[in-house]
Design a protein around this ligand. Structure first.
Ligand code: 2P0
Length: 354
């Protein structure tokens, strides 16, 4: 009798926020970066994508829904992910003949974000990570997170880092086929239990310049960019690994803010220039500077807050639990007077666990 069963698996993947930024591709098709990057994955309980993958002989074609709206599935990146996962499943079936032939069945994919899509809140990172892991679970693949990161990377570069919790490096690699451009765990979240992140939503609107288009323009036109990719970032990757290993918040904060500013500097150095930060973002920088100056005036010898901005105006501010009142409290108190802040999930300042 024909197998009409619906096979199903669900998973969630969290957002990650880079502290050493990925910006620039050395291979656009394979999504290979010009430099390594390092991120902090936010807790599963905060910003995440939930994805259900199902397959059945009763489905007529592959489909994808995001927040209930049907999506185009013909894009080369999504197709590359589906092809890679189906080929792993086919190999799994070949070595285990008792497995049902899921690799040949149409897939139905349904994803939901609990945060604004495409507003510089790393929606593609959580989205492709959840999609790849949901299908890998559906296919019962024995692959490790690093192996799956090679596939998620082809969907969206930053997605490879969302397959792990905690502190995650994406090693740029040197192989032309991308086989060594994967993510690895640097430290579990539990290694630094006091780390916190506040997400400040300046705008939940879709960004004007997509990351893919923006980074290609930067690689092509910025004269600052080779210096960043070849000299600045490699040194910062090593220093950031050491800061995390030693739970050195002063070094972590300094590197995080410098690298965010360096990334936005190469965006500004692009022709035509790309502006992801807004007046509201710059107000957030000044608030952080003010918080750190106030802490210094109180005799605290290290910064207590570190801002970072992705390809959009929203700020993520890292701080330690012991400084919660100084940091999140100061933002909550001050933002009433800063115009232009919108709310993501009912709160302008969203404190997130790491
Ligand atoms: C990052 N960003 O490291 C950097 C910082 C934005 C600024 O990764 O073209 O959506 O899909 O590989 O991953 C955004 O880029 O770009 C990004 P694609 P992606 O998080």
């Amino acid at each position: 009798m024909a197998d009409t069963k619906i096979y199903r698996a669900s998973t969630t993947a969290p957002v990650n926020i880079a502290v050493i930024k990925y910006w620039g591709k050395r291979d656009v098709t394979l999504n290979l970066p010009t430099n390594s990057s390092l991120s902090v994955t936010l807790s599963q309980s905060d910003l995440r994508t939930h994805t259900t993958a199902s397959c059945s002989s009763t489905f007529t074609s592959d489909t994808l829904h995001l927040n209930s709206a049907p999506q185009d599935i013909t894009g080369a990146r999504l197709q590359a992910c589906l092809r890679a996962l189906r080929s792993l499943r086919a190999a799994h079936e070949a070595s285990n003949p008792s497995l049902p032939p899921l690799s040949t069945l149409p897939l139905r994919l349904a994803s939901r974000n609990n945060f604004p899509t495409a507003a510089g809140l790393a929606s593609s990172a959580a989205g492709f990570a959840a999609l790849v892991r949901a299908i890998a679970d559906l296919y019962e693949l024995p692959s490790s997170p690093t192996e799956l990161s090679l596939i998620a990377r082809q969907g969206s570069g930053s997605a490879c880092r969302s397959l792990f919790g905690g502190y995650v490096a994406w090693n740029a690699g040197t192989a032309t086929d991308g086989s060594d451009s994967s993510a690895e765990l640097v430290a579990e979240a539990a290694h630094w239990p006091d780390m916190r992140a506040a997400i400040l939503v300046a705008s939940a609107k879709k960004k004007a310049v997509s990351s893919t288009a923006g980074m290609q323009a930067t690689v092509k036109t910025s004269s600052l960019f080779p210096h960043r990719a070849e000299t600045v970032v490699p040194a910062r990757m090593a220093a950031m690994r050491a800061a995390i290993a030693g739970r050195d918040f002063a070094a972590f904060a300094d590197l995080t803010m410098k690298d965010s500013n360096s990334f936005h500097a190469v965006c500004l150095d692009t022709t035509p220039p790309i502006f992801y930060m807004s007046d509201v973002s710059r107000a957030a920088v000044r608030v952080v500077e003010g918080i750190n100056a106030a802490a210094a005036a109180d005799g605290i010898t290290r910064p207590v807050a570190a801002y970072t901005f992705d390809a959009g105006p929203n700020a993520v501010v890292y701080y330690l639990a012991e400084d919660e009142a100084r940091v999140a409290g100061a933002f909550k108190a001050l933002l009433g007077s800063v115009e232009g802040w919108e709310t993501a999930r009912g709160a302008v300042v969203q404190a997130a666990d790491v």
